[in-house]
Design a protein around this ligand. Structure first.
Ligand code: SIN
Length: 507
């Protein structure tokens, strides 16, 4: 395996999932590892124990400005590199991520708490963005056409937008950066990335792989920070040309409002409230299996996770029983333990939020068919091996939920399946679309004509038809309504990092 080469003052050695490996802990600025200019650090917490296990340098606004100076200095040269060079670099990075897949997965399971199978899945998924955009880098195209009046020629070509600020969430510490970095690099943009404060280590490790792959100094820089504002301050810098953000709707809307002051191009992937609809003619076993795929990746801490199960009343009892059975099979434990299939939630705040949502749902009349807050209170007896300071929440099924319940109108981001019953397709569609969000949706049905017609009417940027897993680097990821702007991945993803230029020819 290619070894990392990080100065010892900016690295630490971690043990996780039977591996011992070195991890960078500095800022990655101008192609070098260094501390933050104020000497501040942030602690990274093990979600399974509630204890800090690493300290990472925290960037200040001055560091962010310095990163911007560097990005601007190298932007023109990077834009001039050949598409083939950029393509091959991304391909080398894809290979390196695979070479280091076990370390990256173990690291994610440590800093995020997520079960190893999910972390391994994310590493593969994240790497696919590098491969996909390495293939797209050399395929950026333009157009030559005759002006309608015949008195000239219209040529369109593309150039990179310019320096990009990428702000990523904690729930996919690798895939969210590759999903932004790969198209940006393919297009010829420089990138300053801010990882989530809760999970900065994976992106730092990835930055070192980028250095090894040969990303030129200053083309990709990583700035962990204790206050997002220190890095988002760059939004008032005229030299920044693009913001790409994945995270909460509230923060995304605030960033977009600031970015609008300088007409900075913006892509946003925000919150969701995904309906998972089981139509009258669905195959219940298949629906349950896909419901688990749609709900339980990363213990439900996923923007496209099924948030509302909307089930035809004729199948509801069987579906609920199947869901309870499958959800009860999850093995809760530290993410780095190979036996674990569901880790803790990422933070105490996240866990408490889920607990409060369930409490409110019960107060409003939901029935706890599995798990819930009573099970949480008894974890000391039922799961004596778990550290009581970890951020645990048991797999939970709530039935008897209605569209008016708070839980039906909030992003749960936890292992809680809330089931509502409906009596017709029309009612299901009305309930499914009755939200300001529109990221993902799912529909299950065996009558393909009815199922596809239903899918077409769902107000979501992505719809899983008889599938609970829809994320794919080669497909456009993004939402409608308040779930975001723009698309990542797919053929569309690179367009977010390219400006179209029109040349008028006097021919
Ligand atoms: C997200 O939760 O934001 C991303 C989920 C995915 O890419 O599948």
């Amino acid at each position: 395996m290619t070894s990392l080469n990080i100065p010892s003052e900016f690295s630490t050695t971690l043990q996780a999932a039977g591996l011992s490996f070195e991890v960078p802990t500095g800022l990655f600025l101008g192609g070098a590892w260094r501390s933050g200019s104020a000497g501040e650090t942030i602690s990274v917490i093990d979600a399974a124990t509630g204890k800090p296990f690493a300290d990472v340098a925290a960037a200040t606004e001055d560091d962010a400005r310095e990163a911007m100076d560097k990005a601007v200095e190298v932007q023109a040269d990077w834009a001039e590199s050949t598409p083939r060079e950029r393509s091959e670099l991304l391909r080398r990075l894809f290979d390196l991520v695979h070479e280091h897949a076990d370390q990256l997965a173990a690291l994610q399971s440590l800093e995020l708490g997520r079960a190893l199978p999910d972390s391994k899945g994310e590493v593969t998924y994240a790497a696919e963005y590098l491969r996909w955009f390495s293939e797209r880098a050399a395929a950026i195209s333009g157009e030559y056409r005759v002006a309608p009046a015949g008195n000239g020629r219209i040529v369109t070509t593309h150039r990179p937008v310019g320096p990009v600020l990428a702000i990523t969430p904690w729930n996919f510490p690798l895939a969210m950066v590759t999903r932004k970095l790969a198209p940006a690099l393919a297009a010829g943009c420089t990138v300053i990335a801010k990882p989530a404060q809760l999970t900065p280590l994976t992106m730092l490790y990835f930055a070192e792989l980028g250095r090894i792959a040969g990303i030129p100094d200053g083309v990709f820089q990583v700035l962990p920070t204790s206050s997002a504002r220190r890095v988002s301050a760059l939004l008032d810098d005229d030299r920044l040309r693009k913001l790409t953000f994945t995270g909460s709707t509230e923060v995304g809307q605030a960033l977009a409002a600031t970015a609008a002051q300088k007409t900075i191009r913006t892509s946003l992937e925000l919150g969701g409230n995904a309906p998972f609809v089981v139509l009258e003619h669905a195959d219940v076993d298949k629906a349950v299996e896909q419901a688990i795929a749609a709900k339980m990746r990363g213990a439900g801490q996923v923007c496209v996770a099924a948030n509302r199960f909307i089930v035809h009343e004729s199948l509801a009892e069987e579906f609920e029983a199947g869901l309870v059975q499958k959800m009860s099979e999850f093995v809760m434990g530290p993410g780095t333990d190979p036996k674990t299939t569901m880790g803790p939630l990422v933070s105490q705040e996240q866990r408490d939020g889920v607990r409060d949502m369930v409490a409110k749902a019960v107060e409003e009349g939901a029935h706890v068919a599995l798990g819930g807050n009573e099970a949480l209170d008894k974890l000391g007896e039922t799961h004596p091996d778990l550290d009581p300071n970890g951020f645990w929440y048991p797999a939970t099924v709530l039935t008897g939920v209605t569209p008016q319940f708070e839980i039906a109108n909030q992003e749960i981001f936890g292992p809680v399946a809330a089931v509502q019953r409906v009596s017709s397709d029309e009612e299901a569609l009305k309930v499914a679309n009755d939200t300001v969000f529109g990221l993902a949706g799912y529909v299950m049905g065996e009558d393909m004509k009815k199922t596809l017609r239903f899918a077409e009417r769902m107000e979501a940027g992505m719809v899983g038809v008889n599938r609970g897993a829809l994320s794919d680097a080669s497909a456009p990821f993004g939402g409608v309504k308040q779930s975001g702007l723009g698309r990542e991945g797919g053929f569309e993803g690179i367009e977010e990092y390219l400006d179209t230029v029109y040349l008028a020819l006097d021919v």
